[in-house]
Design a protein around this ligand. Structure first.
Ligand code: UT7
Length: 325
Protein backbone atom coordinates (compact mmCIF):
# COMPACT_ATOMS: atom_id res chain seq x y z
CA UNK A 1 0.00 0.00 0.00
CA UNK A 2 1.13 3.51 -0.81
CA UNK A 3 0.05 7.08 -0.24
CA UNK A 4 -0.96 9.02 -3.33
CA UNK A 5 -1.47 12.79 -3.58
CA UNK A 6 -4.84 12.98 -5.36
CA UNK A 7 -5.59 16.68 -4.98
CA UNK A 8 -3.77 19.93 -4.31
CA UNK A 9 -4.99 23.43 -3.52
CA UNK A 10 -3.60 26.76 -2.45
CA UNK A 11 -4.70 30.19 -1.38
CA UNK A 12 -2.81 33.47 -1.39
CA UNK A 13 -4.28 36.60 0.18
CA UNK A 14 -5.02 39.32 -2.38
CA UNK A 15 -2.94 42.13 -0.90
CA UNK A 16 0.53 42.39 -2.48
CA UNK A 17 3.41 44.01 -0.61
CA UNK A 18 6.33 44.89 -2.87
CA UNK A 19 9.97 45.53 -1.97
CA UNK A 20 9.30 49.22 -2.64
CA UNK A 21 6.61 49.12 0.07
CA UNK A 22 9.19 47.67 2.49
CA UNK A 23 11.70 50.39 1.54
CA UNK A 24 9.28 52.77 3.24
CA UNK A 25 9.39 50.79 6.51
CA UNK A 26 13.08 49.94 7.07
CA UNK A 27 16.53 50.89 5.76
CA UNK A 28 16.68 48.57 2.77
CA UNK A 29 16.55 48.63 -1.04
CA UNK A 30 14.68 46.76 -3.74
CA UNK A 31 18.02 45.67 -5.24
CA UNK A 32 19.41 44.34 -1.93
CA UNK A 33 16.30 42.21 -1.38
CA UNK A 34 16.25 40.86 -4.95
CA UNK A 35 20.00 40.13 -5.04
CA UNK A 36 20.19 38.45 -1.60
CA UNK A 37 16.86 36.60 -1.63
CA UNK A 38 15.23 36.61 -5.09
CA UNK A 39 12.04 37.97 -3.49
CA UNK A 40 10.16 40.75 -5.33
CA UNK A 41 6.82 40.73 -3.53
CA UNK A 42 4.81 38.81 -0.94
CA UNK A 43 1.14 38.49 0.04
CA UNK A 44 -0.27 39.90 3.27
CA UNK A 45 -3.47 38.59 4.88
CA UNK A 46 -6.34 40.92 5.72
CA UNK A 47 -6.69 41.94 9.34
CA UNK A 48 -9.61 39.56 9.80
CA UNK A 49 -7.89 36.59 8.12
CA UNK A 50 -6.22 33.99 10.36
CA UNK A 51 -4.37 30.78 9.52
CA UNK A 52 -7.58 28.71 9.51
CA UNK A 53 -9.24 31.04 6.98
CA UNK A 54 -6.37 30.64 4.52
CA UNK A 55 -6.27 26.89 5.23
CA UNK A 56 -9.98 26.41 4.51
CA UNK A 57 -9.69 28.00 1.05
CA UNK A 58 -6.69 25.80 0.17
CA UNK A 59 -8.37 22.69 1.61
CA UNK A 60 -11.58 23.18 -0.41
CA UNK A 61 -9.58 23.47 -3.63
CA UNK A 62 -7.59 20.31 -2.85
CA UNK A 63 -10.74 18.34 -1.95
CA UNK A 64 -12.40 19.50 -5.17
CA UNK A 65 -9.45 18.34 -7.29
CA UNK A 66 -9.35 14.98 -5.50
CA UNK A 67 -13.16 14.65 -5.71
CA UNK A 68 -13.19 13.75 -2.04
CA UNK A 69 -16.05 14.76 0.24
CA UNK A 70 -14.87 16.33 3.50
CA UNK A 71 -17.19 13.89 5.33
CA UNK A 72 -14.96 11.03 4.16
CA UNK A 73 -11.73 12.44 5.64
CA UNK A 74 -10.15 10.35 8.42
CA UNK A 75 -7.46 12.81 9.49
CA UNK A 76 -6.55 16.48 9.12
CA UNK A 77 -3.07 17.76 9.95
CA UNK A 78 -2.33 21.47 9.83
CA UNK A 79 1.35 22.39 9.83
CA UNK A 80 1.67 25.94 11.09
CA UNK A 81 3.87 28.23 13.15
CA UNK A 82 1.14 30.86 13.22
CA UNK A 83 -1.98 29.06 14.51
CA UNK A 84 -5.18 31.05 15.11
CA UNK A 85 -4.54 30.56 18.85
CA UNK A 86 -2.61 28.21 21.18
CA UNK A 87 -5.65 26.00 21.46
CA UNK A 88 -7.87 24.67 20.06
CA UNK A 89 -5.71 23.57 17.18
CA UNK A 90 -6.16 25.28 13.83
CA UNK A 91 -6.87 21.80 12.44
CA UNK A 92 -10.00 21.51 14.63
CA UNK A 93 -11.22 24.90 13.39
CA UNK A 94 -10.65 23.76 9.79
CA UNK A 95 -12.42 20.46 10.51
CA UNK A 96 -15.51 22.35 11.66
CA UNK A 97 -15.49 24.80 8.74
CA UNK A 98 -15.23 22.14 6.03
CA UNK A 99 -17.59 19.68 7.77
CA UNK A 100 -15.11 16.82 8.16
CA UNK A 101 -17.09 15.30 11.00
CA UNK A 102 -15.34 11.90 11.12
CA UNK A 103 -11.77 13.21 10.98
CA UNK A 104 -9.28 13.39 13.81
CA UNK A 105 -7.50 16.74 13.66
CA UNK A 106 -4.30 18.15 15.07
CA UNK A 107 -1.62 20.77 14.40
CA UNK A 108 2.01 19.96 13.77
CA UNK A 109 4.90 22.22 14.72
CA UNK A 110 8.04 21.93 12.60
CA UNK A 111 8.17 25.49 11.21
CA UNK A 112 9.11 25.63 7.52
CA UNK A 113 9.59 21.83 7.37
CA UNK A 114 6.05 21.32 8.69
CA UNK A 115 4.39 20.25 5.45
CA UNK A 116 6.92 17.48 4.80
CA UNK A 117 6.68 16.35 8.45
CA UNK A 118 2.89 16.22 7.99
CA UNK A 119 3.29 14.26 4.75
CA UNK A 120 5.50 11.76 6.55
CA UNK A 121 3.10 11.33 9.50
CA UNK A 122 0.11 10.92 7.19
CA UNK A 123 2.05 8.45 5.02
CA UNK A 124 2.65 6.18 8.04
CA UNK A 125 -1.07 6.08 8.89
CA UNK A 126 -2.08 5.38 5.30
CA UNK A 127 0.56 2.72 4.57
CA UNK A 128 -0.23 0.94 7.83
CA UNK A 129 -3.86 0.69 6.81
CA UNK A 130 -5.16 2.91 9.65
CA UNK A 131 -6.53 5.73 7.48
CA UNK A 132 -7.71 5.96 3.89
CA UNK A 133 -8.25 9.71 3.28
CA UNK A 134 -6.05 12.36 4.86
CA UNK A 135 -5.91 16.13 4.36
CA UNK A 136 -2.62 17.88 5.10
CA UNK A 137 -2.30 21.65 5.08
CA UNK A 138 0.48 24.19 5.52
CA UNK A 139 -0.97 27.56 6.49
CA UNK A 140 0.82 30.65 7.72
CA UNK A 141 0.09 34.27 8.52
CA UNK A 142 3.74 35.16 8.99
CA UNK A 143 2.95 38.89 8.81
CA UNK A 144 1.59 38.64 12.39
CA UNK A 145 4.91 37.48 13.84
CA UNK A 146 7.17 39.69 11.70
CA UNK A 147 8.96 42.55 13.42
CA UNK A 148 8.30 45.29 10.86
CA UNK A 149 11.21 47.30 12.32
CA UNK A 150 13.77 44.49 11.74
CA UNK A 151 15.24 44.61 8.23
CA UNK A 152 17.01 41.29 8.76
CA UNK A 153 13.72 39.42 8.76
CA UNK A 154 10.81 41.57 7.57
CA UNK A 155 11.86 41.38 3.93
CA UNK A 156 11.76 37.60 3.87
CA UNK A 157 8.33 36.28 4.77
CA UNK A 158 4.79 36.22 3.38
CA UNK A 159 1.34 34.75 4.04
CA UNK A 160 -0.40 31.85 2.30
CA UNK A 161 -1.72 28.30 2.52
CA UNK A 162 -1.40 25.08 0.55
CA UNK A 163 -3.11 21.72 0.97
CA UNK A 164 -2.98 18.16 -0.33
CA UNK A 165 -5.41 15.26 -0.17
CA UNK A 166 -3.66 11.94 0.39
CA UNK A 167 -5.31 8.59 -0.36
CA UNK A 168 -4.46 4.95 -0.14
CA UNK A 169 -3.35 3.38 -3.41
CA UNK A 170 -1.65 0.27 -4.78
CA UNK A 171 1.05 0.13 -7.43
CA UNK A 172 3.86 2.33 -8.69
CA UNK A 173 2.49 5.77 -7.93
CA UNK A 174 2.70 7.61 -4.65
CA UNK A 175 5.07 8.58 -1.85
CA UNK A 176 8.25 6.50 -2.21
CA UNK A 177 9.97 7.74 0.94
CA UNK A 178 10.09 10.57 3.47
CA UNK A 179 13.12 11.59 5.54
CA UNK A 180 12.84 13.76 8.66
CA UNK A 181 15.68 15.35 10.66
CA UNK A 182 16.03 17.67 13.63
CA UNK A 183 18.92 19.27 15.48
CA UNK A 184 17.66 20.94 18.65
CA UNK A 185 21.16 22.19 19.45
CA UNK A 186 20.47 24.87 16.85
CA UNK A 187 17.11 25.91 18.32
CA UNK A 188 18.24 29.51 18.75
CA UNK A 189 19.00 30.22 15.07
CA UNK A 190 15.33 30.98 14.31
CA UNK A 191 12.85 31.65 17.10
CA UNK A 192 9.85 33.60 18.32
CA UNK A 193 10.95 34.02 21.95
CA UNK A 194 7.88 35.55 23.56
CA UNK A 195 4.28 34.57 24.17
CA UNK A 196 4.84 30.99 25.28
CA UNK A 197 5.57 29.56 28.74
CA UNK A 198 9.22 30.69 28.68
CA UNK A 199 8.41 34.39 28.27
CA UNK A 200 4.68 34.73 28.90
CA UNK A 201 2.70 37.78 27.79
CA UNK A 202 3.57 40.92 29.75
CA UNK A 203 3.14 44.65 29.34
CA UNK A 204 6.80 45.05 28.29
CA UNK A 205 6.68 42.28 25.74
CA UNK A 206 5.84 44.40 22.71
CA UNK A 207 8.39 47.11 23.41
CA UNK A 208 11.03 44.38 23.78
CA UNK A 209 9.85 42.91 20.43
CA UNK A 210 9.53 39.44 22.02
CA UNK A 211 6.55 37.97 20.13
CA UNK A 212 8.34 38.34 16.79
CA UNK A 213 10.74 36.28 14.66
CA UNK A 214 14.45 36.55 15.50
CA UNK A 215 16.82 34.91 13.08
CA UNK A 216 20.55 34.46 12.61
CA UNK A 217 20.13 34.54 8.85
CA UNK A 218 23.66 33.98 7.68
CA UNK A 219 24.31 30.99 9.98
CA UNK A 220 20.95 29.52 9.02
CA UNK A 221 21.81 29.92 5.35
CA UNK A 222 25.00 27.87 5.66
CA UNK A 223 23.39 25.08 7.69
CA UNK A 224 20.45 25.00 5.27
CA UNK A 225 22.57 24.40 2.18
CA UNK A 226 24.63 21.67 3.90
CA UNK A 227 21.71 19.80 5.47
CA UNK A 228 19.54 20.01 2.36
CA UNK A 229 22.31 18.63 0.21
CA UNK A 230 22.71 15.70 2.62
CA UNK A 231 18.95 15.13 2.72
CA UNK A 232 18.48 15.04 -1.04
CA UNK A 233 21.37 12.61 -1.49
CA UNK A 234 19.96 10.39 1.29
CA UNK A 235 16.59 10.40 -0.47
CA UNK A 236 17.96 9.59 -3.93
CA UNK A 237 20.14 6.83 -2.49
CA UNK A 238 17.21 5.22 -0.66
CA UNK A 239 15.30 4.94 -3.94
CA UNK A 240 18.37 4.01 -6.04
CA UNK A 241 17.78 6.93 -8.40
CA UNK A 242 20.08 9.55 -9.93
CA UNK A 243 19.49 13.31 -10.00
CA UNK A 244 19.00 12.95 -13.77
CA UNK A 245 15.96 10.70 -13.09
CA UNK A 246 14.15 13.59 -11.36
CA UNK A 247 11.37 15.37 -13.25
CA UNK A 248 11.02 18.28 -10.83
CA UNK A 249 12.57 19.51 -7.58
CA UNK A 250 10.02 21.31 -5.38
CA UNK A 251 12.04 23.03 -2.66
CA UNK A 252 10.99 25.14 0.31
CA UNK A 253 10.94 28.71 -0.98
CA UNK A 254 13.09 30.60 1.53
CA UNK A 255 15.75 32.18 -0.61
CA UNK A 256 16.55 31.81 -4.32
CA UNK A 257 20.26 31.50 -3.51
CA UNK A 258 19.64 28.50 -1.23
CA UNK A 259 17.43 26.82 -3.86
CA UNK A 260 20.06 27.41 -6.56
CA UNK A 261 22.95 26.19 -4.40
CA UNK A 262 21.21 22.90 -3.65
CA UNK A 263 20.17 22.41 -7.30
CA UNK A 264 23.75 23.07 -8.43
CA UNK A 265 25.15 20.57 -5.93
CA UNK A 266 22.70 18.02 -7.33
CA UNK A 267 23.74 18.92 -10.87
CA UNK A 268 20.09 19.71 -11.66
CA UNK A 269 19.29 22.34 -14.34
CA UNK A 270 17.12 25.20 -13.04
CA UNK A 271 14.34 24.29 -15.55
CA UNK A 272 13.77 21.25 -13.34
CA UNK A 273 13.25 23.36 -10.20
CA UNK A 274 9.90 24.86 -9.17
CA UNK A 275 10.42 28.44 -8.03
CA UNK A 276 7.88 31.04 -6.91
CA UNK A 277 9.82 32.74 -4.10
CA UNK A 278 9.92 35.95 -6.16
CA UNK A 279 6.12 36.31 -5.83
CA UNK A 280 5.39 35.02 -2.32
CA UNK A 281 8.58 35.19 -0.25
CA UNK A 282 8.99 32.56 2.45
CA UNK A 283 5.55 31.29 3.48
CA UNK A 284 7.05 28.76 5.92
CA UNK A 285 4.99 25.53 6.10
CA UNK A 286 2.80 26.74 3.23
CA UNK A 287 5.60 27.16 0.72
CA UNK A 288 5.93 23.58 -0.57
CA UNK A 289 2.20 22.87 -0.97
CA UNK A 290 1.71 26.23 -2.72
CA UNK A 291 4.60 25.45 -5.10
CA UNK A 292 3.25 21.93 -5.69
CA UNK A 293 -0.24 23.21 -6.42
CA UNK A 294 1.10 25.79 -8.88
CA UNK A 295 3.21 23.15 -10.60
CA UNK A 296 0.20 20.81 -10.89
CA UNK A 297 -2.16 23.51 -12.18
CA UNK A 298 0.45 24.80 -14.65
CA UNK A 299 0.76 21.28 -16.10
CA UNK A 300 4.39 20.96 -15.00
CA UNK A 301 3.69 17.65 -13.28
CA UNK A 302 2.69 14.65 -15.36
CA UNK A 303 1.64 11.10 -14.65
CA UNK A 304 4.68 9.04 -13.63
CA UNK A 305 6.95 12.04 -12.94
CA UNK A 306 9.50 11.71 -10.15
CA UNK A 307 9.26 14.66 -7.72
CA UNK A 308 11.73 15.52 -4.99
CA UNK A 309 10.70 17.79 -2.12
CA UNK A 310 13.06 19.40 0.40
CA UNK A 311 12.61 21.85 3.28
CA UNK A 312 14.37 23.27 6.31
CA UNK A 313 13.32 25.55 9.12
CA UNK A 314 13.32 26.46 12.79
CA UNK A 315 14.16 23.70 15.23
CA UNK A 316 16.31 23.24 13.31
CA UNK A 317 14.31 20.79 11.27
CA UNK A 318 14.83 19.58 7.73
CA UNK A 319 13.11 17.00 5.58
CA UNK A 320 12.80 15.54 2.12
CA UNK A 321 10.41 13.30 0.23
CA UNK A 322 10.36 11.46 -3.07
CA UNK A 323 7.06 11.01 -4.88
CA UNK A 324 6.13 9.15 -8.07
CA UNK A 325 3.24 11.29 -9.43
O1 UT7 B 1 12.82 28.98 6.19
C1 UT7 B 1 13.90 29.15 7.05
C2 UT7 B 1 14.04 30.61 7.32
N1 UT7 B 1 15.36 31.10 7.24
C3 UT7 B 1 15.97 31.50 6.13
O2 UT7 B 1 15.55 31.28 5.03
C4 UT7 B 1 17.22 32.27 6.32
C5 UT7 B 1 18.29 31.96 5.39
N2 UT7 B 1 19.17 33.09 5.31
C6 UT7 B 1 19.07 34.02 4.32
O3 UT7 B 1 18.19 33.92 3.48
C7 UT7 B 1 20.13 35.10 4.25
O4 UT7 B 1 21.10 34.87 5.24
C8 UT7 B 1 19.56 36.54 4.41
C9 UT7 B 1 18.79 36.90 3.15
C10 UT7 B 1 18.67 36.61 5.63
C11 UT7 B 1 20.70 37.53 4.56
O5 UT7 B 1 21.60 37.42 3.47
P1 UT7 B 1 23.19 37.29 3.76
O6 UT7 B 1 23.82 37.27 2.45
O7 UT7 B 1 23.38 36.09 4.63
O8 UT7 B 1 23.50 38.64 4.50
P2 UT7 B 1 24.10 38.91 5.97
O9 UT7 B 1 23.14 38.46 7.01
O10 UT7 B 1 25.47 38.37 6.01
O11 UT7 B 1 24.15 40.47 5.98
C12 UT7 B 1 24.92 41.22 5.07
C13 UT7 B 1 24.71 42.70 5.32
C14 UT7 B 1 24.76 43.10 6.80
O12 UT7 B 1 25.42 44.34 6.88
P3 UT7 B 1 26.96 44.42 7.40
O13 UT7 B 1 26.90 43.84 8.79
O14 UT7 B 1 27.73 43.59 6.44
O15 UT7 B 1 27.24 45.87 7.33
C15 UT7 B 1 23.32 43.30 7.16
O16 UT7 B 1 23.13 44.24 8.19
O17 UT7 B 1 23.40 43.08 4.86
C16 UT7 B 1 22.74 43.82 5.88
N3 UT7 B 1 21.30 43.62 5.77
C17 UT7 B 1 20.53 44.36 4.95
N4 UT7 B 1 20.81 45.39 4.12
C18 UT7 B 1 19.78 45.92 3.42
C19 UT7 B 1 20.53 42.69 6.37
N5 UT7 B 1 19.26 42.82 5.99
C20 UT7 B 1 19.24 43.85 5.11
C21 UT7 B 1 18.21 44.45 4.34
N6 UT7 B 1 18.53 45.47 3.52
N7 UT7 B 1 16.92 44.02 4.39
Amino acid sequence: MKTRITGTGSYLPERIMTNRDIERLVETTESWIVERTGIRERRIADEDEAASDLAVHAARRALEMARVDAKDLDLIIVATATPDMFFPSTACIVQDRIGARRAAAFDLSAACSGFLFALSVADQYIRNGVYRNVLIIGSEVMSRIIDWTDRNTCVLFGDGAGAAVLQRTKGEHGVLSTHLHSDGRLWNLIQVPGGGSRIPPSSSMLTERKPFIKMKGNETFKVAVRTLEEAVHETLKAAHVQPSDLSLLIPHQANFRIIKAVAERLGLPMEKVMINVERYGNTSAASIPIALDEAVRQGRVKDGDLLLFEAFGAGLTWASALVRW
